[in-house]
Design a protein around this ligand. Structure first.
Ligand code: IDP
Ligand code: MG
Length: 162
């Protein structure tokens, strides 16, 4: 079995993503997750969660000193909408996932990216994606236990990976 955090640099690389509450409210869950499926990536975990303040603070621990931290935690853990957390596996997913998402500010994100196609506000920017190998390695086990990860064999991979 692939370790929970995946194998960076291989076809079994994994990254953590989350459809944020604004995008869940706006009915963008399938639009967003569908993009990863279309790209050929394998979803190996997915769940809807109403995250606690504690979980969001742990998730964004490195941003504690930023002025927007309080607002960010409130919006992410308000309980007014859940998030959809998911783990994607495949070649280059950590970097490609960030490219598919766009930059932090949707107004600066290129059309064709998730943020560039769905929003206009820097806080409510539709989706989270791990920013590197270290981020993925800490975020995947923060959100998912081992038994919530599906180590399935995607038979279509033989038409995706040459
Ligand atoms: P990222 O999501 O593109 O990796 P980070 O810098 O890690 O961006 O910030 C995490 C989240 O905090 C952003 O996605 C956004 O929701 C929020 N955020 C970042 N910068 C600002 C800001 O200047 N104002 C309000 N919210 C912000
Ligand atoms: Mg980040």
């Amino acid at each position: 079995d692939v370790p929970v955090a995946g194998l960076p640099g291989t076809n079994q690389e994994r990254s953590f993503f989350m459809v944020k509450p604004d995008a869940v409210q706006r009915g963008l869950v399938s639009e967003i997750i569908g993009r990863f499926e279309k790209r050929g990536y394998k979803i190996v975990a997915m769940k809807m969660v109403t995250p606690s303040r504690e979980l969001i603070e742990a998730h964004y621990d490195d941003l504690r000193s930023r002025p927007f931290f309080e607002g960010l935690c409130k919006y992410m853990s308000s309980g007014e909408a859940p998030v959809v957390a998911f783990v994607v596996e495949g070649k280059g997913i950590i970097k490609v996932g960030r490219d598919m998402i766009g930059v932090t500010d949707p107004l600066k994100s290129a059309p064709g990216t998730i943020r560039g196609d769905t929003g206009v506000s820097i806080g409510m920017n539709s989706i989270h994606g791990s920013d590197g190998v270290e981020g993925a390695a800490s975020e995947i086990p923060l959100w998912f236990s081992q038994d919530e990860i599906a180590n399935w064999n995607k038979t279509a991979d033989k038409w995706i990976y040459e």
